[in-house]
Design a protein around this ligand. Structure first.
Ligand code: ZN
Length: 256
């Protein structure tokens, strides 16, 4: 089975499901959303797909038949909706779509659905948590490394943990590592630091990026971004994804 699920002809999927008891489908969860004036709208799609791509060979080595589904590019993105280019959908619509995808994969014989998410809008994260739980209740193990939980957040960069982390140093470094052609380098180097913490603003009730102190849809320090940091973050995220898959597919799994 090819890494890119949709590039397979159907017999390749049939054969992989026949020969492996541990077939894992990774669903990259992104958004189409404003990411500062220097990063593309599909930043989260690229990050989630690349995280999955980093995990794939390691999963194969561990005996999984793993494949990467076409990404979810339309998800709840309420905080960024004032910016042209952002496409937001309701949590109910996203959840219904994900449940149907999961049940379709379960019916084919996939042993686990892994959610590779890098879109941290609170409405999206809440929806993913709830949806993961519902899919588990319907009998399909789900691996969902939730980087907004403290334990995993602590494995990522200082800026990520500060909450000033939308299109800042953390995400810009990831796109510089994955798709440098999509970064506006000149624009990036002219961006002022923006230490406003999105997570603090969420907690205080801000409902938009502007209210949270990000009038240009970025938070953090895009000027400090570098490819090496992006590569390291991908390594850490891929390893969290693999750990979550190990737990979800273990006999007493389903707890992560
Ligand atoms: Zn993002």
């Amino acid at each position: 089975m090819k890494a890119a699920f949709a590039e397979n002809a159907w017999p390749a999927v049939r054969d992989a499901l026949k020969t492996s008891r541990n077939a894992v489908a990774i669903l990259p969860c992104g958004a189409t959303e404003a990411h500062g004036p220097h990063l593309p709208l599909n930043t989260d799609v690229i990050i989630s797909e690349t995280m999955a791509a980093h995990a794939l060979p390691l999963l194969e080595r561990r005996g999984y038949a793993a494949t990467i589904l076409p990404a979810l590019a339309y998800m709840p993105a309420e905080y960024a909706q004032a910016f042209p280019g952002t496409v937001t959908v309701s949590a109910a619509a996203a959840k219904a779509l994900m449940l149907d995808i999961a049940m379709s994969l379960k019916a084919q014989g996939f042993a686990c659905l892994a959610l590779a998410n890098s879109h941290f809008d609170p409405a999206n994260v809440a929806m993913l948590r709830e949806t993961a739980e519902d899919i588990r209740k319907r009998g399909l193990p789900v691996a969902f490394p939730d980087f907004t939980r403290r334990k995993l957040a602590q494995t990522l960069t200082e800026e990520f943990q500060s909450g000033a982390c939308h299109a800042g140093q953390y995400e810009t470094s990831l796109i510089m590592a994955a798709r440098p052609d999509l970064v506006d380098e000149t624009g990036r180097l002219h961006l002022k630091d923006n230490p406003a913490s999105l997570t603090d603003a969420f907690a205080k009730g801000a409902r938009t990026f502007a209210q949270a102190g990000g009038p240009d849809a970025y938070f953090g320090y895009p000027r400090n971004a570098c490819t090496a940091e992006g590569k390291e973050s991908f390594r850490v995220m891929a390893s969290a994804l693999i750990d979550a898959i190990d737990i979800a597919t273990s006999p007493d799994g389903q707890r992560n």
